[in-house]
Design a binder for this molecule. Structure first.
Ligand code: BDR
Ligand code: CA
Length: 317
């Protein structure tokens, strides 16, 4: 089984990713660390606790960063996409948490668990990357002890896919560009699952409907929550379903050969009209002094076999 810490801002597509991580037999979900993003951190934390209980996992859940590293970056939240409660109005239907909130902040819980099992743990991060940046700041040695980091975030302009907050910026990056840049340039292996592939992973209404009646209420709740999310995407993109953004980051661990990767250092634009843009230097040995040279080659997803990602939802509950 793959030991994972899930860093998240639930969030409707976060809930689908958590369903995979909590319920697929090939994952060993160790903890959930919440961060601001799709709502304020008190809301995302409450959702993380309720969803963890819904999926039957009695594991630590911690509250994390309430905002970006640079406070002036704060922006309006994503209520128009995920609802005022982050879950399309369904958060009141979640079961009560089975254990108290972990006393540690998210970044400390991450450091503690990684130090307990050096070389073993994968971090899956699908919200703003503030908790990960704070964990690196708290204990830089974790970079060498984490097995790998998989993130949902970024937009690399492939196959006509643009950003979703600005023409070039994706939401998780835009929410804290400094944190994203620190995470991508740290000496740990990062795989970046951006909009270029997650917008190819469309879960159509008929596939979402298959969740109904499964998982002792969990499937029904996911189906109902995705009604809100689908309305947003139907109005914006007319896709007849939703993008499985965050679930794609979980999926790459189970079906890695469904994704095509491209290697090279990745930086985030921190100022100006392109703030939040993610740019990879995939040209190889160019030798010039650029903002990319000297940074680790990370993996960016450039193609996906979406059917294989979506089929994983048949393997849970
Ligand atoms: C990302 O932003 C959030 O709204 C989603 O949960 C996902 O993590 C997509 O840009
Ligand atoms: Ca998310």
């Amino acid at each position: 089984r793959i030991p994972v810490i899930f860093d998240t801002d639930p969030g409707i597509d976060d809930a689908l990713a958590l369903a995979l991580l909590a319920c697929h037999p090939r994952f060993e979900l160790l903890a959930v660390t919440a961060v601001f993003g799709n709502g304020p951190v008190d809301i995302t934390t409450r959702n993380a606790r309720g969803l963890t209980a819904l999926f039957g996992r009695d594991i630590p859940v911690a509250a994390g960063a309430p905002g970006p590293l640079r406070d002036e970056r704060r922006r309006a939240d994503a209520a128009h996409v995920h609802g005022d409660d982050g879950l399309g109005g369904l958060s009141a239907s979640l079961p009560a948490p089975t254990r108290p909130l972990d006393a540690r902040p998210s970044d400390q819980l991450i450091c503690d668990l990684v130090n307990e099992r050096p070389g073993e743990i994968t971090l899956v991060a699908v919200g703003p990357f503030t908790n990960l940046a704070l964990a690196l700041r708290r204990d830089p040695t974790i970079a060498a002890k984490v097995k790998q980091v998989v993130v949902m975030g970024g937009a690399f302009g492939l196959r006509g896919h643009a950003g979703n907050v600005t023409p070039v910026a994706e939401a998780n990056i835009m929410a804290d560009p400094e944190a994203a840049d620190q995470v991508f340039t740290a000496p740990w292996p990062v795989t970046i699952v951006g909009l270029d592939v997650t917008q190819e992973a469309i879960m159509r209404e008929s596939e979402l409907a298959k969740l109904r009646g499964r998982g002792q209420g969990a499937g029904d709740l996911l189906w109902l929550a995705t009604r809100h999310y689908q309305q947003f995407y139907d109005a914006r993109d007319g896709i007849g379903g939703i993008y499985a953004h965050d679930a794609s980051a979980a999926a790459i661990l189970l079906v890695p050969d469904a994704f095509t990767l491209r290697a090279g250092p990745v930086r985030v634009v921190l100022e100006g009209i392109a703030t939040g843009q993610t740019i990879q230097d995939w040209r190889g040995e160019h030798g010039s002094q650029t903002p990319w040279s000297g940074h680790p080659a990370q993996q960016v997803c450039v193609e996906v076999d979406a059917a294989r990602v979506l089929a994983l939802f048949d393997e849970i509950f």
